[in-house]
Write a protein that binds this ligand. Structure first.
Ligand SMILES: [Zn+2]
Length: 169
């Protein structure tokens, strides 16, 4: 696919990243876009900074509150839903994701056009497009790639110095 024009929403998401990560996120996007020119896919910036309430909404997918009166801002107040088809989307509770401080970006690879457009379905194994494009570009820039997390996240790239600081409350 030839290089694509960035959508204003995607630009907004890249710009929402932290001061230290923003220039890296833009370089990453440009590299991925250039690499997609010779592959059958195109980049799509899905997330930059994510607020605590947005993170909670994603966390809640596949989970339910244990009971009435619990504090929804504690991860221990949640359990997995009984429906096995209702898969969780994240292991990160609000404050536990690099997105919550603007130190991460999700750049998905999409294929198809118009209504057939969808994320590539490459399985996340070495040699596939997630590895050849997003993983390779992240590594060249010295960034941490979600494709190497225990929970494969091929679109996720974060600042190498971001660390989880667990706080009380
Ligand atoms: Zn992410």
């Amino acid at each position: 696919m030839p290089s694509v024009q960035i959508h204003p929403k995607e630009r907004e998401r890249l710009d929402s990243c932290s001061e230290r990560f923003r220039p890296l996120a833009w370089r990453l996007y440009r590299e991925i876009n250039a690499m997609c020119a010779t592959e059958n896919c195109a980049p799509l910036v899905v997330y930059g900074f994510r607020s605590a309430s947005e993170q909670l909404a994603i966390w809640a997918h596949g989970r339910e509150l244990i009971g009435p009166g619990v504090d929804i801002m504690h991860s221990s107040s949640w359990r997995l839903t009984a429906d096995p088809s209702d898969k969780i989307l994240t292991r990160a509770f609000p404050g536990q994701s690099a997105h919550n401080s603007g130190d991460a970006v999700d750049i998905a690879l999409v294929e198809g056009v118009g209504t057939t457009r969808h994320w590539i379905i490459d399985p996340g194994v070495p040699g596939d497009r997630w590895h050849r494009i997003v993983g390779a570009a992240a590594k060249r820039l010295g960034l941490k790639w979600g494709g190497e997390f225990s929970f494969f996240d091929g679109a996720h790239v974060q600042h190498p110095e971001w660390t989880l600081s667990l706080r009380n409350g």
